[in-house]
Design a protein around this ligand. Structure first.
Ligand SMILES: N[C@@H](CCC(=O)N[C@@H](CS)C(=O)NCC(=O)O)C(=O)O
Length: 195
């Protein structure tokens, strides 16, 4: 039996394209950490829904029915009979599947540092995420994706992304936001030591 992995990811506007999305990096990171060979298939934002639906992937509940990362696993039996194909459409499911099938190097999903990291991210990075990632993303995206991103995210934010960013920087200049975020530097060493 041979197994082939294809990771579906959102391309940057560089040539060749590269990975930039924090969401798809969660899946890519675990594949790289485990040393699992895989190919990348780039799918621009406006094409995600069309491509995944055409592959028979059911829509998810919630605001965004089709998202990346997605991992396609093709298992071909040695006798040449028809391959078995599985799709994983969430980074947590991808991580679990890869870990089950590639246990080395080990990952302790139950280690309490996971909760600590999550807490730090939620407490100190949720706010800057808006201006640092959401508002900056169009700059690294190909034109069609940038347009899709600006349109959808502005709708979520209730204002153009540029306006949202300006509002966030204004808060930053006032100093309050920076003061709130300072503890992350102290906690950062804990996170870095463990990983
Ligand atoms: N919980 C999901 C979240 C994935 C997600 O939100 N991906 C974004 C990319 S950053 C996406 O594909 N969005 C599609 C869209 O906006 O249409 C995971 O971690 O796999």
């Amino acid at each position: 039996m041979s197994t082939k992995y294809v990771l579906f990811d959102i391309p940057s506007n560089s040539n060749p394209p590269t990975c930039w999305s924090p969401n798809t990096w969660k899946a890519r990171g675990i594949m790289n950490y485990k040393g699992v060979p895989y190919e990348t298939e780039w799918v621009e934002y406006p094409d995600i829904k069309v491509r995944l639906a055409a592959m028979g992937i059911p829509p998810k509940d919630g605001d965004i029915p089709y998202t990346l990362p997605m991992l396609k696993v093709t298992m071909t039996p040695a006798d040449g009979s028809d391959p078995d194909i599985k799709y994983f459409t969430d980074s947590a499911d991808i991580a679990k599947y890869i870990h089950e099938n590639h246990p080395d190097p080990d990952i302790d999903f139950d280690d309490k540092v996971n909760e600590e990291v999550l807490e730090v991210v939620q407490k100190f990075l949720s706010d800057p995420f808006g201006s640092l990632v959401l508002c900056e993303a169009p700059k690294v995206l190909p034109e069609r994706s940038a347009e899709y991103f600006r349109e959808t995210r502005s709708r979520w934010m209730g204002m153009p992304v540029e306006e949202y960013k300006q509002r966030d920087w204004d808060r930053e200049v006032q100093g309050a936001a920076e003061e709130e975020r300072r503890p992350i530097h102290a906690r950062g060493t804990i996170v870095l030591h463990r990983y």
